[in-house]
Design a protein around this ligand. Sequence first.
Ligand SMILES: N[C@@H](CCOP(=O)(O)O)C(=O)O
Length: 433
Amino acid sequence: MKYFSTNKTVPSVSLMEAVTKGLASDNGLFMPERIEEFHPEFFRRIHKLSFQEISFEVAKKFFGEDVPENILKEIVEDTLNFDCPIVKVSDSLYSLELFHGPTLAFKDVGGRFMARLLRYFLQGFQKEVNVLVATSGDTGSAVANGFYDVPGIKVYVLYPKGLVSDIQEKQFTTLGKNITALEIDGTFDDCQRLVKLAFLDQTLNDKMVLTSANSINVARFLPQAFYYFNAYARLREAGIDGEVVFSVPSGNFGNLTAGLFAKFMGLPVSRFIAANNENDIVYKYLRSGKYEPKSSVSTIANAMDVGAPSNFARILELYNHSHQEISNDMVGYRYSDKEIRETMKMVYEKENYMLDPHGAVGYRALKADLKAGEVGVFLETAHPAKFTETVESVLGKGTVVLPEKLAAFMKGEKLSINLNTEFANFKQFLLQK
Ligand SMILES: N[C@@H](CCOP(=O)(O)O)C(=O)O
């Protein structure tokens, strides 16, 4: 399968090139030239398949032409050594819990898959590969842990100083070895801009092999479609009928775009809800047809603090840049910190379910949008304990129990390097490595 750039000014590349380059050289995002549809029969028997089996079928549609079947199966099974269960929260409303992986956020699925696929492509490759990743909280830890101690790979995690939770920060600043944390005096958008500029810089690219592990990278982003198929299967397995609506807490829009890919592959989804915090660029686009990226503002759902969502380019491409067509499949909602807190409190007290701030945005949007007879699924993108301070400030001290996996990260010592938002400094730093 060939991958083309959303900017369409450079030739298409192979999967291996798309994965090892991350971003196209004209600054566009790679897109597969075809989206393979499943036969409707697949959806009639999907409930009989396990998460791993479904994911393998989906992976074959994406990567089957480029990766031998036995290797792909191994990568999928090894990636998914944890579950992504569906949990009932209230009538017709289900939580798709994506926080049962090693770093307790949805990024574990794509991060682990990409690490394994990259390892396969790099067999016999002599040069060191440098993975650059910008994070507003969760990607950094999933990628750092996915690539930790992998020979021949160095990871640089760029994160906005003071704008991620303490636990998130500990998850990628305490590892050492091949993981370097760069604390940037700016926002997530500054981090993402620095990373993208590095991919376009000739001097850097002549000196070192660079790739991305953000959802920019097709190997990080496409596997996020796996859990949409699985969610559908588990609902049907439980005998839950009705048109399915997914509500996706959204920042860089990789998760929602992966869901749209699933729909294009035939997954019966009625619509997607783009659930924003105050960084409401896509919400505004859906209302006005105007896409106006701007500087992100800091909120309690910090992983969604993105002012220029990378994957919007992919959404435009999928729908031929038609606002009307996008609006047929997607509706938008936005919530303030106050509303997020209210939702966390209400759901905890009424439904006895603990939401993290991101899941709360998804839940509230779903509740507002769901029609009679429909089944709603919101993505619980990270474990509430990753935001213990915020969650306990709403639900009360002592309500959050820190899972063992997270407690282990808290014991480590923070190691990070401070940088400002000047690209010249970041470049100098990389050139000295
Ligand atoms: N929400 C992200 C921001 C980066 O998103 P990605 O999906 O493109 O890696 C985070 O938690 O870091």
